[in-house]
Design a protein around this ligand. Structure first.
Ligand code: PAJ
Length: 285
């Protein structure tokens, strides 16, 4: 396993391996089975896999969130060692390596960034776009793997690739969950034990919402979700939306459902002091 901390290091590692296809999994570390599922997919599809571990400061709109973001490099490398092959590489740059000077680029994702996470975390997706374009320039992958856990990020990254004319193919990977349905997340390890015990409510509520969406009106579904989350001690709902997966337009009335689109229930909430997001597809049939 090659571990590089510099751009020239990772470029050097990869030069000797091309033209083999390179699959890239960008992460912020504190790795869990969700991340590993992406790495396994990259290994399955590509002769060379690169995993980056970089807590990107420009995508944190909340300084405290950035400061307390878990950093577990040794454990991350132990997990990766179990799955990755000799030619695969891990890239762990310092902030100065990626941002030798301030990145002033401003991206425009139109409606995609005006809803949900874009609305509630101003600047977040601009930061994601800054780091993803930089990492793509460094790694020059043929494929890049992203989780459906970050539903809106996936739509933004696909749009970014379209706008920049990048040749990278984006592969979306399903959400990996704990046994009580809680979507795996690096932030889960920050949950207080009492909160963690009740966190299965998120998956149960999403299941109920996706089921209700087959016949009930949107305000009724929203009310159910609000009641379910807010009545759980320590939990409070930030937003709940039903959106399509292309334009992310919030559905406000059932008549807006179209058979040819895919719709998702998306949720953001506070679980104690920790902010979590999750989503679930609705099968309208
Ligand atoms: P991070 O939160 O570390 O997630 C890295 C990748 O793992 C993302 O594509 C995310 O969607 C995926 N992932 C996280 N939890 C998952 C789960 N339970 N099941 C499946 N996939 C999961 O997302 C980021 O980092 C950053 O924004 C990044 C893209 C690296 C840019 O800084």
């Amino acid at each position: 396993m090659n571990v590089s901390r510099t751009i020239s290091g990772i470029r050097g590692d990869l030069t000797g391996l091309r033209p083999k296809h390179v699959g890239f999994v960008p992460t912020m570390g504190a790795l869990h089975e969700g991340h590993i599922s992406l790495v396994e997919k990259a290994i399955e599809l590509c002769p060379v896999a690169v995993v980056s571990i970089f807590v990107n400061p420009t995508q944190f709109n909340d300084k405290e969130d950035l400061n307390k973001y878990p950093r577990t490099e040794d454990a991350d490398l132990d997990l990766l060692r179990k799955v990755i092959r000799e030619d695969d590489a891990v890239f762990i740059p310092e902030v100065e390596e990626i941002y030798p000077s301030e990145d002033k680029r401003v991206f425009n994702f139109g409606n995609l960034e005006k809803v949900m996470e874009g609305l509630h975390r101003p600047g977040h997706f601009n930061g994601v776009a800054q780091v993803v374009t930089k990492l793509f320039d460094i790694v020059e992958p043929d494929y890049a793997f992203f989780g459906q856990k970050d539903f809106q990020q996936l739509a933004i990254v696909k749009e970014l690739v379209r706008q920049t004319g990048s040749k990278v193919k984006i592969i979306s990977c399903p959400i990996i969950r704990e046994s009580d349905g809680l979507a795996m997340s690096s932030r889960n390890r920050l949950l207080e034990p009492e909160i963690r015990k009740n966190a299965g409510i998120i998956f149960r509520t999403l299941n109920q919402a996706a089921e209700l969406a087959k016949e009930r009106e949107i305000p009724e579904i929203r009310k159910h979700v609000e009641r379910s989350i807010n009545s759980t001690s320590g939990f409070s709902l930030e937003y709940f939306e039903i959106v399509d997966d292309k334009q992310l337009l919030p559905v406000t009335d059932r008549s807006q459902f179209h058979k040819e689109n895919n719709y998702f229930c998306c949720i953001a909430l506070r679980a104690g002091k920790i902010r979590l997001i999750d989503n679930m597809e609705i099968s309208l049939l």
